[in-house]
Design a protein around this ligand. Structure first.
Ligand code: LLP
Length: 424
């Protein structure tokens, strides 16, 4: 069930009309539904009930402290990709011991920070990184828990920019080199091998590539066991897609049931039924459909060949259309009974690529509010200050109550860290 729905011709977030959010907080504003977030998260926890499993929310999708705190309180761990993200988890009261650290470019400082906070595991992406981590851990008198991000070379069948499991990808260790890399990891004195992981891509609409990747990881775990290298957890990454338009995403429960069935079958056959901990790193499927971007129409501009609805949100607020030609639904907040016209919905930024939606049939007038749908994931976290535009406010709705969870930035915030040359 969507928590954004029309009631008496007005689009609401839970029980609150979006018109009242615009009146109170202005536009552009990201609006999230607390109930939607928790519902999406609990689809994972329900499917993991009674299992040794941990859902490490991929916070790059949406890292607002309110989102993190809510998920942490419901038992989430976190998948992070920078020291900054770890500091966010800590600020939100999340548990670093439930954190995975992914990413191809971890700095020594970031490793130190993560070791100080005793994170669950480093998802290591290269042999060079193993050596650096071993050195940093040694200097600190620590042992770093590691997993190798293995590139299973399966085609995730998604947009090339968000497909990460193919041979040519910068991510992970090549499948054929995984055994040798594990041997290196095992031989380094300040590392302990604890797991194996992969992440093959994002916005996946079929479970087959994920289950193929699982099979590849299983093969490797068996090969490692034969060499005396024990793997205690298996991390299958994130990647489940959501509905932006008319996509039919895989249901979380059904995907996890298939995955656990496969794992149980393998454990029973090969490891005497001994369980293995299973980790997940979902991002988009937790937050994507739990948020919208609320924007107001500044002008309707009727060009020679096209009509434009110029709105107050832009590519700096929601990068996805400009960057991936991503499709987001556009819904007027207050429906008009008049005839529609076809519009491109564009922002005020000085780039032709600054569009949010193209060729949409809308019955709209200047001053109307529009909701850009399914904008909860990779929306605010990818926002920039291009054109010295302050980033949007963020509001989380709980029932009929709006909570401002991030204030709108003002221009003075944006140049506060800058200083002119001395003497000028
Ligand atoms: N784990 C790792 C190692 C990842 O790199 C990602 C996403 C995730 C988990 C979470 O994947 P999800 O469950 O959200 O599919 N900005 C792009 C998406 C980039 C995804 C990057 N990695 C977009 O807006 O579509």
């Amino acid at each position: 069930m969507s928590h954004f729905y029309l009631q008496d011709g007005v689009l609401c977030a839970e029980q609150l009309p979006l018109t009242s959010i615009a009146a109170q907080f202005g536009t552009p504003t990201y609006v999230y539904s607390k109930a939607a977030l928790l519902e999406n998260f609990s689809a994972y926890t329900r499917a993991c009930a009674g299992r040794d499993a941990l859902v490490c929310y991929a916070m790059k999708a949406n890292s607002n402290l309110a989102v993190l705190k809510l998920l942490a309180q419901h038992g989430a761990g976190f998948d992070l990709v920078s020291g900054g993200e770890l500091l966010r988890v800590i600020a939100a009261g999340g548990d670093p011991k439930k954190c995975l650290f992914s990413g191809v470019g971890k700095s020594a400082d970031e490793m130190r920070l993560a070791l100080q906070h005793e994170i669950l595991c480093f998802n290591v992406e290269s042999v060079q990184e193993l050596h650096r981590l071993n050195q940093v851990a040694g200097e600190m008198g620590r042992t770093a828990p590691v997993s190798l991000r293995v590139n299973p070379n399966v085609d995730a069948k998604t947009h090339p920019y968000i497909s990460t499991g193919l041979k040519e990808s910068k991510f992970g260790v090549a499948y054929d080199e995984a055994l040798a890399t594990y041997r290196t990891a095992d031989s380094l004195p300040h590392l302990t091998v604890v797991g194996i992981d992969c992440h093959i891509g994002s916005q996946l609409l079929e479970e087959t590539p994920l289950l193929e990747a699982l099979d590849k990881l299983i093969e490797l775990i068996d090969a490692l066991a034969a060499e005396g290298i024990a793997i205690h957890h298996l991390d299958i990454g994130g990647g489940l897609g959501i509905t932006y338009d008319d996509e039919q995403p895989v249901a979380v429960g059904s995907y996890l049931a298939q995955l656990f069935a496969r794992i149980d079958q393998w454990r029973a056959a090969k490891h005497g039924g001994a369980p293995i901990k299973v980790l997940f790193e979902p991002g988009r499927s937790i937050v994507g459909n739990a948020g919208i971007l609320l924007t107001r129409i500044e002008y309707l501009k009727h060009g020679e060949t096209k009509n434009f609805a110029v709105v107050d949100a832009a590519m700096n607020d929601l990068m996805r259309p400009a960057m991936y030609e991503a499709w987001h639904g556009v819904q007027p907040v207050v429906a008009r009974p008049t005839a529609t016209q076809t519009y491109d919905v564009v922002g005020p930024v000085c780039e032709s690529g600054d569009w949010l939606a193209r060729q949409r049939d809308l019955a709209i007038e200047p001053g109307d509010l529009l909701a850009i749908m399914s904008a909860g994931a990779y929306g605010m976290t990818m926002a920039s200050n291009y054109n010295t535009r302050g980033r949007a406010a963020e509001v989380m709705v709980d029932g009929a109550l709006p909570h401002l969870i991030r204030k709108r930035e003002n221009p003075a915030d944006l140049f506060a860290l800058e200083s002119p040359l001395p003497g000028l």
